[in-house]
Design a protein around this ligand. Structure first.
Ligand SMILES: C[C@H](O)[C@H](O)[C@@H](O)[C@@H](O)C(=O)O
Ligand SMILES: [Mg+2]
Length: 392
C-alpha cells in the first residue's frame, strides 16, 4: 500500500529556548562564564550570548502529506535555515514519495554541497530529515525506533550536563558533565579554578560517580593536555570537545597524550559521514558525539553510527531530546545518552526542548522508557509563536 505523497514543506522560526537551547533568559547556568574560543576576548568571556551563541533561534520544519498527516521536527537554525528549507530543499520533497528518504537526503546534500557540507546548511538538512522520519512514523503508525530496527534495550540511561553534577547524582543520573569555566587566556589562575571546581564536585559526589568536563572548543593542545593530566587526579572520566572541530591533528595528539583511562570525546559540531570518518580514521577520540539535529539527521546518523560501530567506538549523541533517544535505544554502541539540564540552576529535570514539544519525555531517576507513539512521539506546541519568514 503506497503512502500518500508529500504535499507541502514549511519552515518556521521560534525564539526562546527549545531546540536552540542556548537561547535562555538571564541567570541561566548555560550562559555563566563558560569557556569558549571567544574567551580570549575579555568582553565576550562572561556570556556566550554576548557573542551570539543564540543568534539563530529554533528552526521548525513541517512536512504535510496529501492526506493531511504532518511530520515535524525542531533544530537550531532560525531564519537562515528557514530560507534554505523553503527556497532550496523543499523542491526535493514536494510531490515526492515520503519513503524515498535516501534519495531525498542525497539530493538535499549534493545540491547544497557548493555552499554547505557542515554547520547551518546541514542543520537545515537535518531538520528536514527528522521531520520526514516523524512523518513516516505517523503514516506507518510506528515509533521512529521501530523504523530503525527496534530497541536493543528496554530503557535509556542518562548522564546529565549542567553546573550541578552533585544534584544530578541525587536525581539518579550516572554522571555529571560540567561546563569548563576558564580557558587558556585566564592562565594558571583559570586552570587552578577549573581544578578547584572539579575537586569540589568530586568531594560531593564520591569516587564512583562520573565527572566530565565539557570544554566547548575553547582550549589549545598544550592546555588541554595539562588539564587532562591534572584532572586525572580527581577521576575525570572524559574531556569533551577540548579543541576546534577542525583540529583533527590536535585531537589525535590529545588522545595519544591523555592519561591512561581518560576518554577524549568530541563531535557535536562535526557533520556527515565524511567528517566523522576523519575523526575515526585519525583516531581522534574514544567517543563520537554527533548531534542528530546538526550532523545530517537520522539518515546520516545511521551511516555515522555504523562507521563508529565498525571501529569499536561509542556513539553517544549530543543532547537532542527525542531525536537522539529514538536512535540510541536501537544501537548497542550507544549504551547511554545525554540529558541537558535546562532548569536555570540545573536543580530540577525539565524537558530539554521546553516549551516546543508537547509530550516531551524526561528521565526519571536517570532513566527513560520510550513509549510506542508514532514518529518521535511528540507534537508541536503551536502556542510558542511560530513565524514563517519565507512563505510560498
Ligand atoms: C555545556 C556546554 O557548554 C554546551 O552548552 C552543551 O550544549 C554541549 O557542549 C553539550 O555537550 O551538551
Ligand atoms: Mg559538548
Amino acid at each position: 500500500m503506497p503512502l500518500p505523497l508529500i504535499k507541502a514543506v514549511r519552515a518556521y522560526v521560534v525564539r526562546g529556548g527549545g531546540a536552540d537551547y542556548h537561547d535562555q533568559g538571564e541567570g541561566h547556568w548555560i550562559d555563566d562564564h563558560i569557556a569558549t574560543p571567544m574567551s580570549r576576548y575579555p568582553e565576550y568571556r562572561q556570556s556566550r550570548q554576548s557573542f551570539g551563541i543564540n543568534v539563530l533561534g529554533t528552526l521548525v520544519v513541517e512536512i504535510e502529506a496529501v492526506d493531511g498527516t504532518i511530520g515535524f521536527a525542531v533544530t537550531t537554525g532560525g531564519e537562515p535555515a528557514a530560507f534554505i528549507v523553503e527556497k532550496h530543499l523543499a523542491r526535493f520533497l514536494e510531490g515526492r514519495d515520503p519513503t524515498e528518504v535516501e534519495k531525498i537526503w542525497d539530493q538535499m546534500y549534493f545540491s547544497t554541497q557548493y555552499y554547505g557540507r557542515k554547520g547551518l546548511v546541514v542543520n537545515a538538512i537535518s531538520g528536514v530529515d527528522l521531520a520526514l522520519y516523524d512523518l513516516l512514523g505517523k503514516l506507518r503508525q510506528e515509533p521512529v525506533y521501530a523504523l530503525l530496527g527496534g530497541k536493543v534495550r528496554d530503557e535509556l540511561t542518562f548522564y546529565a550536563t549542567g553546573a550541578r553534577p552533585d544534584l544530578a547524582k541525587e536525581m539518579g543520573f550516572i554522571g555529571g558533565k560540567m561546563p569548563l569555566h576558564h580557558g587558556p587566556a585566564e592562565g594558571e589562575e583559570g586552570l587552578r579554578k577549573n581544578l578547584e571546581e572539579l575537586e569540589t564536585m568530586r568531594n560531593r559526589v564520591g569516587e564512583d560517580f562520573w565527572l566530565m568536563f565539557d570544554c566547548w572548543m575553547s582550549l589549545d593542545l598544550n592546555y588541554a593536555t595539562k588539564l587532562a593530566h591534572k584532572a586525572h587526579e580527581y577521576g575525570l572520566k572524559w574531556i569533551e570537545e577540548a579543541l576546534s572541530p577542525d583540529d583533527y591533528w590536535g585531537y589525535r595528539d590529545l588522545k595519544k597524550n591523555a592519561p591512561p583511562g581518560m576518554l577524549v570525546t568530541t563531535g557535536e559540531h562535526e557533520a556527515t559521514r565524511w567528517g566523522f570518518r576523519m575523526l575515526l580514521e585519525m583516531e581522534c577520540c574514544d567517543i563520537i558525539q554527533p548531534d542528530v539535529g546538526w550532523c545530517g539527521g537520522v539518515t546520516e546518523l545511521i551511516k555515522i553510527a555504523n562507521l563508529a560501530d565498525s571501529k569499536g567506538v561509542m556513539m553517544i549523541p549530543h543532547g537532542s531530546s527525542v531525536y537522539s533517544y529514538h536512535f540510541v535505544i536501537t544501537r548497542h554502541n550507544s549504551p547511554f545518552a545525554e540529558f541537558l539540564m535546562m532548569a536555570p540552576k540545573a536543580d530540577e529535570v525539565v524537558p530539554m526542548f521546553h516549551p516546543q514539544l508537547i509530550g516531551e519525555p524526561v528521565p526519571v531517576n536517570g532513566k527513560l522508557k520510550l513509549g510506542d507513539a508514532p514518529g518521535f512521539g511528540v507534537e508541536l506546541n503551536r502556542d510558542v509563536g511560530l513565524h514563517r519568514p519565507y512563505p510560498r
